[in-house]
Design a protein around this ligand. Structure first.
Ligand code: SME
Length: 171
């Protein structure tokens, strides 16, 4: 299955990453072996009308690089670890569920409409943080336990198949 949606935007050739398609768990039905990250983003964007911006950032050294996303274009295509909600999640080594982004000092505004944000880390099988799924919502406190579980399941499916570091000449 190829994802054909004009709303999917790819900013970087992150699909060059190698993925192991004989991972231990059953392959989810949304997973496209030719474009795992794009298929993850398309799947999540279709899961809830509250998910107004869905994207994957890939960690390259100390920089998060934006890969496929669905939603309004953002100027935050590269985010340093420690900066914004996205970079803070990596620095703290934990997922971030922010019910009210206006109450957060270290927040990089993507859209003025965004009210809440969820960042779920993607970890490869050896436990390294390799990237993250970032979702913005126009609704306040849009992400409850059910949404967290959904996004974590997708992050786990990607992480357990994630094989390679970015190429040295990228960046
Ligand atoms: N809000 C994020 C930046 C990414 S945009 O939401 C797409 C942050 O604070 O890191």
């Amino acid at each position: 299955m190829r994802i054909e949606t004009s709303r999917t935007v790819e900013t970087d050739p992150v699909e060059d990453y190698a993925f192991n398609d004989s991972a231990a768990s059953m392959t989810p039905d949304w997973y496209d072996v030719d474009q795992p990250l794009r298929s993850a983003v398309a799947h999540l964007a279709s899961c809830s009308s509250k998910f107004n911006w869905v994207g994957v950032y890939v960690l390259n050294g100390s920089t998060l690089e934006l890969g496929p996303y669905i939603g309004a274009p953002t100027e935050h295509t590269r985010i340093e670890v420690g900066v914004g909600v996205c970079g803070t999640a990596v620095a703290r080594n934990e997922d971030m569920n922010v019910p009210d982004v206006t109450a957060t000092d270290n927040y990089l505004a993507c859209s003025l409409e965004t009210k809440s944000e969820l960042v779920v880390l993607i970890r490869s099988q050896d436990g390294r943080i390799v990237g993250q799924i970032d979702i913005d919502s126009h609704e306040h406190a849009a992400f409850g336990p059910e949404e967290e579980r959904l996004v974590r399941d997708v992050a786990e499916a990607l992480g357990e198949r994630w094989l390679e570091e970015p190429a040295a000449d990228r960046g």
